[in-house]
Write a protein that binds this ligand. Sequence first.
Ligand code: TMP
Ligand code: MG
Length: 286
Amino acid sequence: MIRELSNPSVCMKNPGKVQDILLSMQKAGSNTLQVISDFDMTLTRFAFNGKRCPTCHNILDNSRLIDDECKLKLKDLLNTYYPIEIDPTRSAEEKLPLMVEWWTQAHELLIQQKIKKDALVLAVQESEAKLREGYQFFFNHLHEHSIPLLIFSAGIGDVLEEVIRHAGVFHSNVNVFSNYMKFDELGVLQEFKGELIHIYNKREGALLNTGHFRELRARPNVLLLGDSLGDLTMADGVQAMENILKIGFLNDKVEDRRQTYMDSYDIVLIQDETLEVPNAIVRFLT
Ligand code: TMP
Ligand code: MG
């Protein structure tokens, strides 16, 4: 039905279920579809030429906006908490308070650096951040077909917006739920706005945004893209959902996590740095 589902990177626990969902969504039509996607390591690449690519936070961590002492502290946090984030032996309940610790400490360090709003553009331009191959088709096609794309990220909204603006794909069908910076009248970072979004409270984040999902209530079919198990709850605010197809990128610790990902996501993409499969699905549904 879709040639790309035979790619070597694709794993499915239940291909028949995937086919049923796809057919049902295709029949309902693209005017009933909405796309909800995580950002870091889902829309952006995990690695390029054997080197890790940055998350939104890493774009700042590696930039000239942060002094050396702070860089070391942020690196220590990453080295402490990232292995916990991807540890398959710990439950989400166990990880949750530790993720809050990570985000809280990282944001406090960033605030101490008195980051200027207008320096973010250059930080993104000078960064190694890369959207996955095929991003132009993904963003442009959804826009051309007026399909809403919600980017739901525990990263930093100001930074991710700049990444997609810089790539020329921040179209009018894109909405972003993320952690946004609040600047003072001189344009200096003061704090982060609203409730913190970390990787394990996207459900709560979704439920806070009922207005968004109410507007999209005529679109009960959801294509969800994520790379973390926390991303599975991003669509919890969708009203009267009819079908959901969940695509998960498994980037790291593949063998330890393969089974859990296959049990949780309908389609698992193993170390696949492209949007080839999501694009093929979007093409099929439009
Ligand atoms: P996402 O929800 O858009 O994927 O963003 C969350 C990612 O950000 C998650 O994989 C961990 C990463 N992260 C950093 O790289 N550095 C940090 O300081 C923090 C708090 C998170
Ligand atoms: Mg992610």
